[in-house]
Design a protein around this ligand. Structure first.
Ligand code: G3H
Ligand code: 13P
Ligand code: ZN
Length: 283
């Protein structure tokens, strides 16, 4: 059942649990996530990026993911969200296609510019009843930043987070507390005091933790205690999908029906998502 991200996150926040937001790029990955959610009787969020909209064609990927949600989940709430919109125009593009939940990631800008771009997006989005996530502080990317980021410089300043929320009226916030996109780049231990402080200053805002592919039980437990209600996962799904493709291009390259390969990749992703759902819901 296609549901609003706002309701899914609010419900999680009210009841003290977290949900997974999973990046998908095609029909098989969308099915893998929705099937895992249905099997686990747990709400999830599916999300696409600008690159995925470009890859599939905006409207086409939107229709594919929406059809999978509507046809495969009769009762489990499934949200559909734009992840990491980097400009006002790209967010508008996603809203025009039909998404009712978007992220504006202006985290690379100065605080003032971040607030200004985010506010412009929020004003437009709220006039269309669209839910908005912003990012403050930087969640670095594997391969796109220095080997060891200067965490003190890039982690979220709690007072800035409060200011951004007050100025923009944004609905949710992605925060940087030592988490990183991809594998191997995390701070040795997340800055738990910082996360608690952010949560204390903006207690009604559901916090989103990006780069959760490599997060394990004790970190998930601490994060949920301190206001995180959504964990973003992409890399782990890509690895599961590609591992199957690699097997078929090497040891099993006599298979000529691509559906055999794709079905196996889909099943591998579903398994990963089922484990993540368990981890986030009951760490
Ligand atoms: O955090 C977002 C993704 O991991 C990057 O996704 O390659 O589709 O832009 P992308
Ligand atoms: P990972 O690729 O590290 O799982 O991060 C995903 C993410 O944050 C998507 O926004
Ligand atoms: Zn992210």
């Amino acid at each position: 059942m296609l549901a609003s991200v706002k309701d899914i996150l609010q419900e999680a926040k009210n009841n003290g649990y977290a949900v997974g937001a999973f990046n998908v790029f095609n029909m098989e990955e969308a099915q893998a996530v929705v099937r895992a959610a249905v099997k686990k009787h747990t709400p999830v969020i599916l999300q696409v990026t600008e690159k995925t909209l470009d890859y599939g064609g905006d409207g086409i990927i939107f229709d594919v993911v929406k059809a999978v949600i509507e046809r495969e989940s009769a009762t489990i709430p499934v949200g559909f969200h734009l992840d990491h919109g980097h400009s006002f125009d790209s967010v508008i593009r996603a809203i025009d296609v039909g998404l009712d939940s978007v992220m504006i990631d202006a985290s690379a800008y100065s605080l003032r510019e971040n607030i200004s771009v985010t506010k412009r997006v929020v004003d437009y989005a709220h006039s269309k009843n669209v839910f908005v996530q912003a990012e403050i502080g930087i969640v670095p990317y594997l391969g796109e930043t220095d080997p060891s980021p200067d965490w003190e410089k890039i982690m979220t300043n709690p007072l800035d987070a409060k200011w951004l929320v007050e100025e923009t009226k944004v609905d949710t916030l992605a925060i940087s507390v030592g988490n990183a996109h991809g594998f191997f780049r995390e701070r040795s231990e997340p800055d738990w005091n910082r996360l608690s402080e952010i949560n204390k200053l903006i207690p009604s805002i559901p916090l989103v933790l990006h780069g959760a592919s490599d997060w394990v039980n004790h970190k998930v437990i601490e994060a949920v205690k301190r206001g995180v209600v959504c964990f973003n996962v992409d890399t782990d799904l890509r690895v599961a999908f590609n591992t199957v493709l690699c097997q078929f291009t090497h040891d099993k390259c006599n298979i000529i029906d691509p559906r055999v390969v794709m079905a196996e990749a889909r099943a591998a992703v579903q398994k990963v998502v089922e484990n993540k759902i368990d981890l986030f819901r009951n760490p």
